[in-house]
Design a protein around this ligand. Structure first.
Ligand SMILES: [Fe+2]
Length: 452
């Protein structure tokens, strides 16, 4: 791990600067030094569950969802949660310089997914929702540059196996429910400070996919992050085992719609600033995957592709050893351009060297942290869970993690990715179960992009 300044008081990565302003009273965002700075929103009432506030605002959202053309269209989703807001209409106002430039009105409905169209590419928008009597703080989102063009800086948070529980489960004494709140509480301020533009949700977002109260809790405890970042989800087994047709999942997280007709909720793709993202259900490969990779490269102009699914692809762990999947990994090799494959499920952090499938995996380099644009092979990375760790990573000659937690024992965590025109920087942060060790960076690598 390279030595880095610790300017933000967190362990590891000190590249961010957090500016404090005296603008809290305005709520929402303030324009200063050409960047939008986050200032605390008006505090909501609600329940304190083991240090985590589960607010009682009369709505879920607004939260942001992608489209196939995020340089000109973004979706905003929300729904009322009491009689008043469910029966109310309202309007969404938005704009570049001020929140009042444009307006979309809507009538009462059980849920809303508004598609904002004709947006300017590569721009930061402000928006505000009025739903009945409720008025949200001013939030923001970024649009993608035009296809084939790169964004100056895009920040993504990577969450796998979040396993959101509901306060009811804590009250009922359900095993692990209290731990979820305690451990999420260790990380929540860091997640807010990172202020991602996009939030990758790699499955097992909730503990039990049939429980709407867990999705609801997710949107309440992650309200600020979800209002200011585009959600990029795929489901995991904890969604689809008890929500077999993914109707509840899709109710909250409707997909972009370019997946196969047989499984559109779980498979889709889009590109943002020249980086293609393909979200898949475990095992989805073959022609759909081939077409997705080709479309991302040719139609969407992606120079780099990140593949995301819930279950492990390459993994060396106490509970299982999975050495690649035919129809997926060999396709990556054939098509090229899929530089990174992300997954979770086993609740550990592990990351491979760039490897070609060839049956059991062949490293193309021994370099552990810096990968030139012409590096062959795909890096396979498994992210830790925000809930608990239940398996131990094993050593293997193809494992490239360039750090380990300083502490003994178990951890939770998540990833942060920063994309610039030159590179994708991916970092994994972990937290000791008891919260004594905060935000420790245990892995960090940079993949350079091809020259534009
Ligand atoms: Fe899982």
């Amino acid at each position: 791990m390279s030595a880095r300044a610790k300017s933000d008081g967190r362990t590891g990565c000190g590249r961010r600067q957090f500016l404090k302003t005296g603008l809290a009273a305005t709520g929402g965002w303030a324009l200063l030094n050409s960047c939008l700075l986050r200032v605390p929103a008006v505090a909501a009432e609600g329940k304190d569950v083991l240090g985590v506030q589960v607010d009682d605002l009369p709505l879920l959202g607004p939260y942001l969802l992608p489209t196939e053309a995020p340089h000109e269209r973004i979706r905003v989703a929300f729904r009322g949660t009491d009689d008043k807001t469910r029966l109310a209409g309202g309007r969404l106002t938005y704009g570049l310089k001020s929140v009042g430039e444009k307006e979309t009105a809507f009538t009462a409905a059980d849920k809303h997914v508004l598609e904002l169209k004709d947006l300017a590419p590569d721009a930061e928008y402000q928006y505000r929702l009025k739903l009945g009597d409720y008025e949200s703080p001013v939030h923001r989102f970024r649009t993608s540059p035009m296809p084939r063009q790169r964004a100056q800086r895009t920040k993504l948070a990577l969450f796998f196996d979040f396993h959101c529980h509901a306060p009811q489960s804590v009250e009922a004494g359900e095993k692990g429910a209290g731990d979820f709140f305690t451990r999420f509480g260790h990380a929540m301020e860091d997640i807010k400070k990172f202020a991602p533009d996009m939030l990758v949700l790699g499955g097992d977002i909730v503990q039990k996919g049939s429980r709407r109260e867990e999705y609801e809790t997710f949107f309440r405890i992650m309200r600020e992050v979800c209002a200011n970042s585009i959600l990029v989800p795929c489901p995991g087994n904890h969604e689809w085992v008890t929500d077999k047709d993914l109707s509840i999942y899709s109710d909250y997280l409707p997909a972009v719609g370019n997946g196969p007709a047989s499984d559109r909720a779980a498979n889709w793709y889009f590109s943002f600033g020249g980086v293609g993202w393909q979200m898949r259900r475990t095992g989805m490969g073959g022609e759909w995957l081939r077409n997705s990779i080709r479309s991302l490269k040719q139609q969407h102009g992606a120079d780099t592709i990140v593949d995301v699914q819930h279950h492990q692809v390459y993994q060396w762990a106490a509970k299982s050893t999975d050495l690649g999947k035919q129809g997926v990994c060999d396709l990556f090799d054939q098509e090229g351009g899929v530089r990174l494959c992300l997954f979770g499920h086993r609740h550990i952090h592990q990351r491979s060297l760039p490897i070609l499938f060839q049956g059991s995996g062949q490293a193309t380099t021994k370099e552990k942290s810096e990968y030139p644009a012409d590096t062959k092979g795909t890096i396979y990375m498994q992210s830790p869970s925000m809930w608990y760790q239940y398996t131990q990573a094993l050593e293997n000659e193809l494992v490239a993690n360039n750090g380990k937690p300083k502490f003994e024992g178990e951890y939770t965590g998540y990833g942060e990715m920063t994309i610039t025109p030159e590179a994708l920087l991916t970092e994994t942060f972990v937290y000791e179960y008891n919260g004594k060790t905060r935000h420790e960076c245990v892995d960090q690598f940079r993949m350079l992009r091809p020259k534009a």
